[in-house]
Structures are given as C-alpha cells and as structure tokens.
Write a protein that binds this ligand. Structure first.
Ligand SMILES: *Cc1c(COP(=O)(O)O)cnc(C)c1O
Length: 389
C-alpha cells in the first residue's frame, strides 16, 4: 500500500491519508466493509481495487494501511490481527534455520517468548544484548545475524536505543533492523527515517488508543520485504477483521492530540514521583537525569506516556500499592485514554521470569492516561501512602 505523497503534516495525514470520502455515496468516514468476498464481473475480472477475498485484502483494512504507511513515512503497511501476529510475520519472513538474531535485554515479554519458545524450535538462535550500547551490539553480531530487534523506549524500563547507530551496525553485516515502535508511536519518532528497515506495531496500544481493539501492523519501504510479508499473511491468514481495522483507523485520527496529553501527564507524574519518599527510582526518559534523556531528546519529539518506578519498600509493597489505586486500573496493556497500573514481574513480564530479561521485583509500570493529571497524582499518592481501595 503506497503512502500518501501529499507532504501534509502529521495531524492532517492521520485524518485524511487513505480516508477519502466514499466515491459512491459520499460517506465521509471509510465504511466497515463487513464482507468476506467480492463479486467478479467475469471469471478473474475483479472490480475497482481488485478485491477478491478478505483474507487477501479488504477496503477498510486498505484504508488503515494507507494511513499507517503515511504516518510512519513508509511505502508499505500491512495490518495484522495482533502485534504478535505482526512480529511473527516479520520473524518468519526474515529468518531461516541457522540464522541468528539480536534482541534487546528489555524486550516485550511476548516477543521474547515467541523467539525463545517457537523460533528456536525451527533452528533459529538469538543473543540478548543491551541495545543502549551500540559497541556491545557490534561485538555480539555474528556472520549468521540477519535481524536486530529493537524497542525504544523499552518495556518496562523505558531504556532508549540509538536507532540510527543500530541501523548502521545491522547494515554493516547485511542484517536488517526492526524497530517495535509501539511505545513511541509515529507521532514521537519515525524509525524508517533513522535507517530502520522494518517498523512493527501493536496497534492495540496508542494507535487504537481506547483499549477496545487488538491489532498489529508492519511498515517498510522495501518492496521485497512487503511482498514476502504479504505472501505470508495471505498464506497464514493473521488478518484483522473489518470492524477492528475501522476502530483502529478511528483511533488514529486523534493520535497526535492524545499523545500530547499523554506526554504532558506522564512528565508531570514522573517528576512528582521523583519527590515521593516511597519511590526509590523513576524510569522516564523525559527526566533530565534519566540515562536515556539526551538520546531521547535527540531522537523523539517528546518522551511518551509510559512511566515505571520502583517501590522503596520492596516487592510486597509494590504489589499492594498497585492494587490500591482507584483511577489507575490494575490491568495489563497500555496506551489507552484511561490510566493503567501493573506489576511487570507478575503480570506483563511473567514470561521472562528467571531469564536475562527479568525485571526488578519492586517495579511498578504506569500507562499514564489523558485524565486530569491532578486526579491521577492524588490517586498514586493515596495508594503509595497506604490509602485506597
Ligand atoms: C503489546 C505489545 C506487543 C504485542 O502486541 P499484541 O497486540 O498484544 O499482540 C508487542 N510489543 C510491544 C512493545 C507491546 O507493548
């Protein structure tokens, strides 16, 4: 799906790219094409758009893909049934038995599980490296290395990797750089412009933005990568339904304004937490003394809506605190308009327990929503001080 070459700004592309009024009826909003198949005029002769069958392509999904491509500044976007389906397609098209990949030591737990438990069974090997140190990454590269898999900011420790430096390391050995851009979103950074070959998203998070849909996407400039992904997706079938594509497209329209407010609120909460006696460390790249701050300031428009912190009184206190908030809902996932709180060690990152990716036991992760930030801070303070639910 070729992106919008309009040269329009981000907010305009989010609302218009791939989203022309319906030529037949004038419907301003892209319809939900809830159909599995399409009439052909003669055998093999399809109508406008070339639609045949909705596993292969669906007009609502096409609109979403055009919008995603335009926002990431890539020539091709493919929507998938989930972020993991998108990641799986990237891994299975890029890697063959004997190949090797490098993965950050703070990767999304589900990505680690897919690589560690599924891909290795097919003869693919991996190494875990701190991606914030390009020299360590260069030292870990092998002749068989075909992919470097990067997240920035990382989940849940909000580490920052230098995307253009990693792209250089990958390209020196003929490998490809994949960036999971779920935390930053294309509003805050566009990895393809920094040299990444492939961008992966869980659209379940900020792109959908309302915690009402699961989805994923891959964006790339390469015709060859897009063709192989398209072939695999059509063969294996991990496509989103029309309604899910429509919900995601609806979410995308407000991405820019939501991200601004997520960033405002997260900056406010992160700063306030640094001053709280029950908080031993705050992880947020927007804090001036955060180890990733300088790089994040260079690479990102702002610092995002995710904040993690360690509880000064240890794991039990972290677990109790996470169960005491009233506005912050205790739940997995992130990136919706409502604030969420979770304990990575027992929840989102339980699948990496005991591995090199294990997270501090006293860590609490916040997805800071777009509510009134004073209410959010009061809720966290009450929970830290032993009041609440
Ligand atoms: C949630 C998430 C995924 C997985 O996406 P799903 O839509 O849940 O399959 C991958 N990467 C990151 C960074 C995520 O937060």
């Amino acid at each position: 799906m070729v992106s919008d070459p309009s040269g329009h700004g981000f907010e305009t592309r989010a609302i218009h790219a791939g989203q022309e009024p319906d030529p037949r009826t004038g419907a301003v909003i892209v319809p939900i094409y809830q159909t599995s198949t399409y009439a052909q005029d003669r055998v093999g002769e399809t109508r406008e758009g070339g639609y045949e069958y909705s596993r292969t392509a669906n007009p609502t999904r096409t609109a979403l893909e055009q919008a995603l491509a335009a926002l990431e500044g890539g020539r091709h976007a493919l929507a998938f049934a989930s972020g993991m389906a998108a990641s799986d397609a990237v891994l299975r098209t890029a890697l063959r038995p004997g190949d090797h990949l490098l993965l950050g030591n703070d990767a999304y737990g589900g990505t680690f599980r897919l690589i560690d438990k599924v891909l290795t069974g097919w003869g693919v090997s991996y190494s875990v490296v701190p991606l914030s140190d390009p020299d360590e990454v260069r030292a870990a590269v092998r002749p068989q290395t075909k992919l470097i898999w990067c997240e920035s900011p990382t989940n849940p420790l909000l580490g920052i990797a230098d995307i253009s430096a990693l792209a250089d390391v990958a390209h020196e050995v003929g490998a490809r750089l994949v960036v999971d851009n779920t935390f930053a979103t294309p509003y805050l950074q566009t990895p393809l412009a920094s040299g990444a070959d492939i961008v992966v998203h869980s659209t379940t998070k900020y792109l959908g933005g309302h915690s009402d849909v699961v989805g994923g996407a891959v964006v790339t400039d390469s015709d060859e990568i897009a063709d192989s992904l398209f072939f695999l997706r059509n063969s294996a079938g991990a496509v989103p339904g029309a309604f899910d594509a429509w919900l995601t497209l609806r979410g995308l329209k407000t991405l820019a304004v939501r991200m601004e407010r997520h960033c405002d609120n997260a900056e406010f909460i992160a700063q306030a937490l640094t001053e709280h006696p029950k908080v031993s460390r705050v992880y947020y790249p927007g804090l001036p003394d955060d180890p990733g701050h300088a790089l994040a300031a260079k690479q990102m428009r702002r610092f995002g809506g995710m904040v993690s912190f360690t509880h000064a009184d240890g794991e039990r206190a972290a677990l109790d605190m996470a169960a005491r908030t009233r506005l912050f809902v205790l739940a997995e996932s992130l990136g919706g308009v409502e604030s969420l709180i979770e304990h990575p060690g027992r929840m989102t990152h339980a699948s990496v327990a005991g591995s090199m990716l294990a997270v501090p036991a006293e860590l609490v992760r916040l997805s800071v929503g777009i509510e009134d930030p004073r209410d959010l801070l009061a809720d966290l303070r009450a929970a830290l001080e032993g009041q609440g639910r």
